[in-house]
Ligand binder design. Structure first.
Ligand code: ZN
Length: 307
């Protein structure tokens, strides 16, 4: 008689203990008060089926700003690059299971173009690294000869000299994305850093130029194109822009050398690489003063690069 009673109490005690343990275990991970312990049990496996529940409060990356942070607070036109933005979360979702990356806009090729749009006896003059101290002189010369050119500007310099960017537009020239801060070697940057340099620069140029500013090309600093940065450019509507004639005017080889190289190497449909910033560009300006009438005398007309 005593033994069954004792067993009963023992079972009863262990049962109570087990029940208490169960309750405490199932309760512990839940933030709700105890009353919700039983009701929340069926739905207490939150992440097993994320696809079915549409309004899941998953950590969606869409809340993040669409652009990486830009160094807008330091619009100094100096050549020293600010530290590139860390590889912040791009709109591209890290999960491979979700929707694939948006395809590049049709019509924007990722191959490097080195020829004019029209071909024939045309030339595309391109000026890199500005706007800078010599850009006004270059624009004056181009205007005098009715020439059109393409300016590959950096985001920082465009931000520092928006009026010059607007003058470039107003006088019929075109703009090209030359990265935010011209870091070199460009191809040594990470994918995310290169993407930031390309995408943020385009936005900075458009902001400087005003509504309707078009930026059809991207020229990698130092011409350091890779299949990866070419794809990034094309995905953002920027055709990679190379050149066919490089007189290395940035190295100040002398006016005669700059003029001579262009006269020797230029073929119809060529793209000439020159610089209007990044140092003393007086040789470039003087060479341009000689080259513009020479080009006209040779029957060249001024064109833009192909897109
Ligand atoms: Zn450059």
């Amino acid at each position: 008689m005593r033994t069954p009673f004792a067993q009963q109490t023992r079972y009863g005690l262990t049962g109570l203990l087990a029940a208490a343990l169960l309750v405490s275990c199932t309760n512990s991970p839940k933030p709700e008060p105890s009353s919700a312990a039983t009701t929340s049990t069926p739905s207490s496996t939150p992440s097993s089926t994320p696809a079915s529940a549409t309004p899941t409060p998953s950590p969606s990356p869409s809340a993040s700003p669409s652009l990486p942070p830009r160094p807008a607070t330091s619009p100094s036109a100096s050549t020293e690059p600010p530290p590139p933005a860390p590889p912040t979360s791009r709109p591209t979702t890290p999960k491979p299971s979700t929707t694939p990356k948006p395809p590049p806009p049709p019509g924007t090729s990722s191959s490097v173009v080195r020829s004019t749009a029209s071909g024939g006896r045309t030339v595309a003059l391109t000026f890199d690294d500005g706007p800078g101290a010599a850009t006004g002189q270059v624009l004056d010369l181009l205007s005098r000869y009715g020439a059109r050119a393409t300016f590959c500007v950096t985001g920082l310099n465009a931000t520092a000299y928006p009026a010059v960017v607007q003058r470039i537009r107003a006088e019929g020239h075109r703009l090209c994305d030359h990265s935010v801060s011209h870091p070199q070697p460009f191809a040594a940057l990470s994918h995310h850093q290169q993407a930031y340099e390309i995408v943020a620069a385009k936005d900075m140029i458009v902001k400087a130029g005003g509504a309707g500013t078009k930026v059809p090309w991207f020229r990698a600093p130092g011409g350091a194109f890779t299949p990866d940065n070419q794809m990034v450019a094309a995905a953002n509507g920027l055709r990679p822009l190379g050149w066919s004639v490089d007189p290395r005017d940035w190295s100040r080889p002398g006016v005669a050398a700059i003029v001579g190289t262009v006269q020797r190497d230029l073929r119809p449909g060529g793209v000439v690489l020159l610089h209007d910033a990044g140092g003393d560009r007086s040789q470039t300006v003087t060479a341009l003063r000689q080259l513009l009438p020479w080009l006209a005398a040779q029957g060249y007309t001024f064109d833009f690069p192909a897109v």
